[in-house]
Write a protein that binds this ligand. Sequence first.
Ligand SMILES: [Fe+2]
Length: 300
Amino acid sequence: MSQSDPIRDLSLEKYALELDTEGLTIVPPAVTGVDKKLFDQCSEVLLDKFTEITGGCGITLEDGPTDELHWPNPPRSPLRSDDAPEPTQMLIQQLLQLDRCFRDLFVNPVTDALIGHLFGRGPDGTRNWRFSSTNSFVKWQGEYGYGKHLGLHCDQGANPLPWGHTALTANATWALTEYTKEDGALAYVPKSHKSNAHPNHPFAASRAVAAECEPGSVIIWPGTTWHGAFPKKTKGLRLNAVAYYRHHAVLPQENMKVTMRDQPWDDCDDPDTMKELIGFADVFPYEKQNQPVPQLKTAA
Ligand SMILES: [Fe+2]
């Protein structure tokens, strides 16, 4: 009897093939089956959170931040040159803790199947992948586009070369607003994952294209694909919800085994998948002696 294959079961062959040949695929909401209401809720929660953590700055999808902002501690990044303009983008982290809408989104079976296509499964059928972090990039109008190289990089770049065929990290970016080049879409280099190496500049940027898609689409790529972003030239927001994954042998960005312990992680569409993706049952990294200890035998 053949094993169950989620790619075949969910008719995702076209998207899996695109991941293999192009190093990126875009799945529309009609295929993931996610309702527009869930995306609207995600956007609402993110805008409220933005206002809360910026100390009260208003924000709308149509206009972006409606009050003036300043950066007491601007983000440091090797992707950003010293003379770069002030950032017009910020990261809202730990989405799993924010609201159930993100927990439901991040156990979507279509995305889970395609991410599984990149990482594979163990001999017992368990997932080889876990969450590394969950974030939202809130991006508004400005020249912040990581400069002339578009910030092109590989997400699994911290792992030593040579890389193999199996992904070490992967990204599923849910577009909550329309993605166009003018609107500051993700930039990527088709087929660049086949180099299995870091991008070479300035060649990489000359080959970059925009990942353009309708709101509600999910953009998926492995940690080997060269990607960055175009500057946002239009008013309003580019908003997303990102689930970033790791091979279970790769270090996570957020220590979810600890940070999610007292959170309502099982309040979602698929608590079993959520439990496995957070890594609650993983042997490593352990927090106390986890191997059996013999005990002194006492006389009866
Ligand atoms: Fe990246």
